[in-house]
Design a protein around this ligand. Structure first.
Ligand code: BES
Ligand code: MN
Ligand code: MN
Length: 463
């Protein structure tokens, strides 16, 4: 493809500024206080897709936040790529830990990003990565090089479980018909180590509530004689892992896919420095399931983590109290073949069964989804691999990720197509954390690589 790099070089300031404008809108899907901003973001994306050359862009209403659907159909005999992304972002909390306000984007240089990185909530996850696709389309239409049809489906509820997207996909199979789905909402190993994500973990997210006495009690008058829900809850949670850090829920591992030694050896070839990993997190040692490496623990093995725990008095000073209730939010990351609804039921049954008689326990499922693995022997993966070879000068490494995009398995079920995950973020970009950022180099590299995917996918489809 000609002129792609020239076009990027000539327009990069505008590409960056447009993204910065989008990042200023706080499209936090988890918090209804931001409702108008979430809706406004959808409208902005509609405008940018039209400007980039889509013939038709609509804001599709759903029971939740709208989905922006856009298309550029050049010839129905040519292959169709469906791009998925999300315009909603995680809450910015804890705000105090940001060095600059989360919705006032600034470009700052870092050690990893000497060219500068855009600091803002959503810069990497996923507005920045989604917007690379909008700009890639612009380049292909403006330079007259779009080789195939493109459809866009950009949703606003990914960070809260994609409920409406499932609803939308089930009702719009024909509209969404495609030959391959392309997503940039994951990461890559390093700027000089391109990788393609070949797996995502599944997820089961639950909330638990432990109730003891019917009211908060004086911890002197009642302490020692009644169950303290916080003591009980922490004990129950601690029992969910054994001394080898295996999860103790009966049946939890029954369906876990076990990788062969060859596959594990292949995985171990990916460049990784444990020292650098520890240093980047300021930890003295890693911690996890016995018998597995760090990269295995965070990708091919299932996990159980408390995401939040509360109850009792947490204000200033000391208050002597035994709380009536204690709560925790718990996520389980799942691997291929584990069914998230089944795991949710196993958790519920087990958690209720280990509660002492002195308390009552309520388990409320939140959301979840299946894991996903992309085979590498298909033209989608091959096209992506060739695209990276051209733009990075290196063959990308297939890599399973620990994160989840639960909707991907539903795409396969409903739309019968494979998803290719071309992520350009780095683990150090701090997604979901304070000071989230996205390297300007990564952003522009993504914009350059995506058109090459279109080119190779179209070529490989013909052969
Ligand atoms: N983009 C992430 C998922 C991700 C990030 C996958 C990096 C691989 C590498 C996505 O927005 C996300 O945060 N997903 C949630 C699940 C969702 C149901 C809230 C997650 O993984 O926690
Ligand atoms: Mn995301
Ligand atoms: Mn996310």
């Amino acid at each position: 493809m000609q002129n792609i790099n020239t076009y990027v070089q000539e327009h990069k300031d505008r590409f960056i500024n447009e993204l910065i404008e989008l990042l200023k809108i706080p499209s936090v899907s988890a918090d209804t206080a931001y409702k108008d901003d979430v809706i406004k973001t959808a409208a902005e994306i509609q405008k940018s897709l039209l400007a980039a050359g889509c013939d038709h862009v609509e804001i599709c209403e759903t029971p939740g936040y709208p989905i922006v659907y856009g298309e550029k159909i050049i010839d129905t005999n040519l292959p169709t790529v469906l791009v998925y992304g999300h315009y909603d972002v995680q809450p910015p909390d804890p705000i105090d830990l940001w060095d600059s306000p989360p919705f006032e984007p600034v470009i700052k240089k870092t050690e990893i990003h000497p060219e500068g990185a855009i600091f803002a909530r959503g810069s990497c996850d996923d507005k920045g990565q989604m917007y690379m696709h909008v700009k890639a389309l612009e380049i292909m239409t403006k330079t007259g090089q779009l080789p195939c049809n493109v459809k866009f489906m950009i949703e606003g509820e990914e960070e809260v479980g994609s409920k409406s997207l499932g609803w939308f996909v089930e009702r719009n199979q024909e509209k969404l018909a495609n030959d391959v789905i392309l997503i940039s909402d994951t990461g890559m190993i390093a700027k000089d180590v391109p990788s393609i994500t070949t797996g995502l973990r599944g997820l089961s997210y639950v909330e638990v509530e432990v109730t003891g006495p019917n009211r908060d009690l004086h911890s002197g008058l009642y302490g020692g004689a009644v169950a303290n829900p916080i003591n009980i809850l922490t004990k129950m949670i601690a029992s969910l892992h054994d001394e080898k850090n295996h999860i103790t829920i009966p049946g939890f591992y029954d369906k876990v896919e076990n990788l062969s030694n060859e596959e594990r050896a292949e995985m171990a070839k990916a460049p990784f420095s444990l020292d650098a990993y520890k240093k980047s997190l300021d930890i003295n040692a890693v911690y996890g399931e016995d018998g597995y490496t760090t990269n295995e623990r965070n990708s091919i093995r299932p996990t159980l983590d408390v995401n939040g725990i509360w109850g009792g008095y947490t204000g200033e000073g000391a208050k002597t109290v035994i709380a009536s209730k204690a709560y925790a939010k718990i996520s389980m990351r799942l691997v291929p073949n584990q069914d998230w609804e089944e795991i949710t039921q196993l958790f519920k049954k087990h958690f209720e069964s280990i509660a002492p008689e002195a308390v009552t326990v309520k388990v409320t499922p939140h959301h979840g989804g299946q894991g996903y693995v992309t085979p590498i022997d298909n033209i989608g993966y091959q096209a992506a691999s060739k695209a990276y070879q051209d733009s990075f000068g290196k063959t990308p490494i297939p890599q399973r990720s620990g994160g989840s995009i639960p909707i991907v398995s539903l795409f396969e079920k409903e739309l019968k197509s494979k998803t290719i995950l071309m992520g350009f973020g780095l683990d150090s970009d701090a997604i979901h954390s304070p000071n989230e950022h996205f390297g300007v180099w990564n952003y522009l590299k993504g914009i350059e690589t995506i058109p090459l995917f279109y080119k190779y996918f179209t070529e490989l489809s013909k052969s």
